[in-house]
Write a protein that binds this ligand. Structure first.
Ligand SMILES: Nc1nc2c(c(=O)[nH]1)N[C@H]1C(S)=C(S)[C@@H](COP(=O)(O)O)O[C@H]1N2
Ligand SMILES: [Mo]
Length: 264
């Protein structure tokens, strides 16, 4: 096993710079170096994606765990990024009543569509993990996450055999332009969805998930870059084709050029 990991590390040497594996400690490390639309960064990103998808799936399979850390490694509060305070009326109404009326919708290619309250989600089996979040902007942060494994929710809904992807629909509007409002969305495949560290998190650093970090519910997909980890999740839809959402690339940032498979 360690030999395989070594091989993977070697192969991913270039790619890991974008994901900043192992090298970073604080949130601000690398800030300023990988900003903007630099050709170096673009090269590293595309290399990381092309390599990591093939290498991760072929050499280490779908279920290798991302590194987990200890309490002592949590050196600062989780840095919020992207939308940190949704201005949407629906969101404001839900947060105004402390998410008592929140229901996670689970629909699409399932035998039993679900609508789950936070109380129901929190009563399900839970997993807690201390992991490092790597943003494509070049910073990383270690935090403790608690939530229900996505695989558990998928089993309750009974996923149909032709399903391939999970789409996360979010409550926050990330873009307001002349052509309209765009809500954040993301998607992962069923291998990542059923990964043991993929959780729907409602807790962070032993407290309820703060609004800035995605309350009431955000996904953790620990072997992927930060933009894959949708915050403010309203619904999860199980599908076999991503072309019908947004511009068809599988996520808000993917529709703007980022790779769909952001493995690190
Ligand atoms: N709904 C939603 N999810 C999102 C974003 C966002 O703007 N809206 N930003 C993404 C990006 S780029 C990152 S790095 C992480 C940031 O999570 P954090 O605020 O907990 O640091 O959330 C991701 N998920
Ligand atoms: Mo990010």
């Amino acid at each position: 096993m360690s030999k395989i990991v070594m091989n993977r590390r070697k192969l991913l040497t270039i790619g890991s710079v974008a994901g900043s594996s192992a090298l970073l400690s604080g949130c601000d490390a690398f800030d300023g170096m990988l900003k903007g639309n630099s050709p170096v960064r673009n090269f590293m990103e595309s290399t990381a994606n092309g390599l990591s998808f093939r290498v991760q799936r072929l050499l280490i399979g779908g279920h290798a765990l991302a590194q987990e850390f200890t309490e002592a490694d949590i050196r600062q509060p989780m840095r919020p990024n992207g939308i940190t305070q949704p201005e949407d009326d629906t969101y404001k109404a839900l947060s105004g009543s402390n998410f008592a009326d929140y229901r996670l919708q689970v629909s699409g290619l399932v035998q039993k569509p679900l609508a789950l309250s936070l109380t129901e989600l929190m009563a399900m089996p839970s997993r807690t993990q201390i992991t490092r979040h790597d943003c494509v902007e070049g910073w990383s942060c270690i935090a403790k996450w608690t939530g229900v494994p996505l695989s558990h929710v998928l089993d309750l809904a009974v996923v149909k055999s032709d399903a391939r992807y999970i789409v996360f629909h979010c409550l926050d509007t990330i873009e307001r332009s002349l052509s309209g409002e765009v809500k954040y969305y993301e998607s992962i495949d069923l291998v990542d969805a059923r990964h043991p560290q993929t959780i729907l998190a409602y807790g962070m650093n032993d407290e309820r998930l703060p609004v800035a970090n995605g309350a009431p519910l955000r996904v953790r997909v620990e072997r992927q870059l930060g933009y894959k980890m949708a915050k403010y999740i309203r619904a999860i839809e199980i599908v076999n084709d991503l072309s019908q959402f947004g511009a068809g690339k599988g996520g808000y940032w993917e529709d703007r050029g980022y790779e769909w498979y952001a493995g690190i």
